[in-house]
Design a protein around this ligand. Structure first.
Ligand code: FDP
Length: 278
């Protein structure tokens, strides 16, 4: 089994344990993450759980997480960047959230072009895993830690249906607000507040997800290494597009481990139109 298989197997095996540990960890932790956001006890626990599992794999050289400041050097080989619990503010209201994993063949922070695979676990009513690798995307259902493929070579539907955008509406730029007015005539709003759940809807029904650059925060909210790049890799492998507003997220220059970036993901024509309007 190669290192990539071992990483994906370890993430799938961890999913039932992480899910099982959420119920008792809905409170806030006493700390902030390196981006200055309040951590939930579940964030800290999932981070420590996955760190132990992933750094133990022979062939993993670096490990980094949205929940910790620096990169952990753990040998020679691939670099793994994770968001252990994306959308963890949803734990209070018991809505969807998940885990994101990007595997780079370069030291961190790395370019999205150095990704060799990325995956996410979605803790919805069912635990599923989406894996992009070698240009194809596969969806698995995870029961007892065993991934069972349910959708091989998944591609975005041609006729987009949904959109979901983060950030407060008065904080959107005028150009972005104009884009929303144009596309909402044909699409319906679906926003759950966890990128994984919202992007999973786009992959299922077609459409567009964004956490755009805001008036108060032009760099947006989401992090390039842990969120933007891995999700862009999945969307582009499924035939869609990603953009920071001008270019594919995979072409954004990595400048820091916790760097933020405006994120737009979806069907090609919807992202092309966005870029022409921003
Ligand atoms: P969260 O802070 O709950 O972890 O970056 C994480 C994220 O959630 C995304 O999953 C989500 O799309 C976004 O932030 C939600 O932010 P808003 O609360 O500003 O909508």
């Amino acid at each position: 089994m190669d290192t990539l298989d071992k990483i994906i197997e370890a993430v799938a095996a961890a999913a039932p344990d992480i899910r099982g540990g959420l119920a008792g960890r809905r409170r806030k932790a006493d700390e902030e993450n390196p981006s200055g956001e309040t951590q939930m006890a579940a964030d800290v626990w999932a981070d420590e759980y996955l760190e132990a599992e992933l750094t133990a794999i022979d062939g993993v050289g670096e490990f980094a997480s949205e929940e910790r400041e620096g990169v952990i050097d753990c040998g020679e080989g691939l670099s793994v960047a994770i968001d252990p619990l994306d959308g963890s503010s949803n734990i209070k209201s018991n809505n969807s959230m998940g885990t994101i994993v990007g595997v780079y063949d370069a030291p961190l922070p790395a370019s999205g072009r150095d990704l060799v695979s990325s995956a996410y676990i979605l803790f919805g009513p069912i635990t599923t895993m989406m894996v992009a690798r070698e240009g194809t995307v596969t969806e698995y259902v995870i029961e007892d830690g065993d991934p069972r493929p349910v959708n091989k070579d998944l591609t975005l539907p041609d006729d987009p249906v949904v959109y979901g955008f983060g950030g407060r509406v008065p904080d959107w730029t005028d150009d972005f607000a104009e884009y929303v007015r144009e596309i909402e005539t044909n699409l319906k709003l679906r926003y759950g507040g966890a990128m994984i759940g919202d992007v999973n809807q786009v992959l299922t029904y077609g459409g567009v997800f964004a956490y755009p650059g805001l008036e108060s925060r032009p760099e947006g909210k989401l992090r390039l290494q842990f969120e933007g790049n891995p999700m862009a890799y999945i969307l582009e492998s499924a035939g869609g597009r990603s953009s920071d507003g001008e270019r594919s997220l995979l072409d954004v220059e990595p400048e820091g481990l916790h760097q933020r970036v405006p994120v737009h993901l979806g069907n090609e024509e919807l992202i092309d139109r966005l870029e022409s309007m921003l």
